[in-house]
Design a protein around this ligand. Sequence first.
Ligand code: TMP
Ligand code: MG
Length: 295
Amino acid sequence: VLTVFHQLIKCEIPELNKASVCVRDKGRVETIINNMRRAGPNALQVISDFDMTLTRFAHNGTRCPTTHNILHSSALISDDCKAKMTDLLAHYYPIEIDNSMSVEEKVPHMVEWWTQAHDLLVQQRIRKDQLAQAVRDSGSMLREGYKSFFDVLQQNSVPLLIFSAGIGDILEEVIREHGVFHPNVRIFSNYMDYDQHGVACAFKGELIHTFNKREGALQNTHQFVHDRTNVLLLGDSLGDLNMADGVKDLHDILRIGYLNDKVEERREAYVSSYDIVLEKDETLDVPNAILNYIT
Ligand code: TMP
Ligand code: MG
């Protein structure tokens, strides 16, 4: 029976045969996808990370910016601030992706990174009305196939929650710029607070970093849709795996993970925790094909 089902999935979702796709348990993936198809789009919601998941990791051999990096490389911040943020990135990013450290070990470093980066940014007197231009100048790129991804969800009234440890204000500009900030999109992220002159003076609320999304989800269950019990989850970090923990009565969940960097070292960890792993895949082809099959 399983072989036949594999054939079905192979015929219906040929994208799963792409060389970039790694699956630990094909039978499980197949069962989940078929359950989701049976339950239909009304039972579905999508919960996705943003940086390096909905945005590209690289394009033509050049790294693409995260929401933080968009500000970092913009004309809105001083050279001194740029140099300091570069040092932070050089120190903390290797820790973020270090395969030999546990999440518990990483957390204090991530808190330090985000706290220092946000302190630097709020010293720069960034104006809210300058963000759109900074995004336009940045070369930020959503993954190939983004238009179909956002449009199919909108057309089927499937809610998309973008759960990001990046900067919400920038994230909104990126998706607005790409013409896909549809009404079904909600964002849970780090937002800046502005003074009466529209100058960023602080970050609001509890900090979200790469490895506290689970706590963030559990403490902010109002950010989630609860009557849609099937979740398609997209992430690029092992910290993204628990983003759906804020959903009550979760039924079926399919987790797709982009493995962008340190592929060989991290393959095992990714394949054992994500249902589908996409290696060095700059497209949304696989999520799109699955969405088209289940909606
Ligand atoms: P995400 O949860 O939306 O992927 O956002 C987190 C990413 O932001 C994470 O991969 C690290 C990155 N980041 C920067 O690129 N620069 C920074 O200054 C900070 C604090 C984070
Ligand atoms: Mg990410």
